[in-house]
Ligand binder design. Sequence first.
Ligand code: G3I
Length: 494
Amino acid sequence: MAAQLRAAHRRARALAALALAAAGGLLAAATVGSGPAGAAGPVLRDLAEAKGSYFGTALTQSDLNNSTVTALAGTQFDVVTPGNEMKWDTTESSAGNFNFGPGDRIVSFAKAHSMRVRGHTLVWHSQLPSWVSNLPAAQVKAAMENHITTEATHYKGQLYSWDVVNEPFNEDGTLRTDVFSNAMGSGYIADALRTARAADPSAKLYLNDYNIEGLGAKSDGMYQLVSSLKSQGVPIDGVGFESHFIVGQVPSSMKANIQRFTALGVNVAITELDDRMPVPASAANLAQQATDYANVVNSCLAVSGCVGVSQWGVGDPDSWIPGAFSGYGAATMYDDTYQPKAAYNAVVTALGGNSSSSPSPSPSPSGSSSPSPSPSSSPSPSSSPTSGGAACRVSTQVNAWNTGLTENVTVTNTGATAVNGWQLTFTLPAGQTVNNAWNATVSPASGTVGATNLAYNASVPAGGSTGFGFQATHTGNAAPATGFALNGVACTTG
Ligand code: G3I
């Protein structure tokens, strides 16, 4: 039954992605067959669902205008958290005037892609309009309750969960001082939870915070609060561990900490995972990031009350990190060109999938479009083909699972002149059939195949690179394609 439901969801997602692309003219990639747009590797959501879990992402309104982001989000993830669109400064920027348009757009996207929505967030000291922070203490309770009731009623029955109160603690585990605690003391949290439950009885109600992932003073503060709320019968269903990590610093006590919360009778969700590092990223840090992501996913999977993991943003271009931490970035599973990183492969493996890759040409921490060739694979000028159209080098990366694979191909123009308009021909191993492609038109679907440029990537300067990819089914042989030739001239590989 679960398998049938998943298959039905996959079909609905594929149809929804294609309908969305057709309606909006958004699909940058030409497709062969009817596979889901934008798939790039084993599907995280399917792997997570097979484990009774989920894999989510954050999306903002502006993300919805980016077809690469929407294709990846709608394919790989099954839970959405609006990045900003349900916060108080958007939904009630002046007293009593509510605007749910931005949040509604995120919910519509989620519905079209069979994704659940984590509502974020009803009560938070940040992104709070000044009319609220300037209220006389005697008016804060009514304003808070009205805000919660109106917003939670608007989304009643449509959300999986609400982060009812966000980031209520100081680092030492004491309650943060803000307009709500000043006016109502610590009781504002119970009041907010009760008000949210009354407005939307079906949404799971969460408290969400950062730096509570491991055992320590701040997580002790959250633990004591949740324990107290439970003993008073206050409705609380879960605790969100934001999980904004620095590479190599995932707390070793994370699993134990998840366990102690679930023992209180609440769920835990990893709500905003990212793992930042100095940029440009080093190969060592990207490898450590993969270990970190795997540790987080494994910690959650190991505890039955940990319901799932959400990353904060789809790829590195969507991440809040560079804007907030100067010199840091590369914090997500997808690089600056939305190619899956080692962290993605590590998550696939942690979720029980099969991720196998041929060596990529170089780490591309900042999405460099000109990967540096390894000395052994770089053709010398004298050995480069110089006639018939192009001299080229190709590298491939395959991610495979039982019956499917994605292959990303990077083509470097190693000739002395620009290529204007290209077709890369290659041979697919027997049994592989392409059903979806991005950044090129791929045809026919099997055998000797041609990948032809789209309008925007027709030109490849001397020394420059371009990339495309495809998804294919296979019958047991998931090896990379071979025999690459660019505009009729054979390419080196490596
Ligand atoms: O909307 C204004 C725009 O009008 C203005 O031109 C622009 C100029 O800077 O700012 C825009 O507002 C920005 C807003 O995002 C919407 O894009 C704010 O400056 C910016 O500070 C705000 O950042 C958000 C941040 O929360 C605020 O704390 C991030 O996008 C959002 O990803 C981030 O999310 C939080 C979670 O809600 C809670 N946990 C931490 C997480 C990361 O900070």
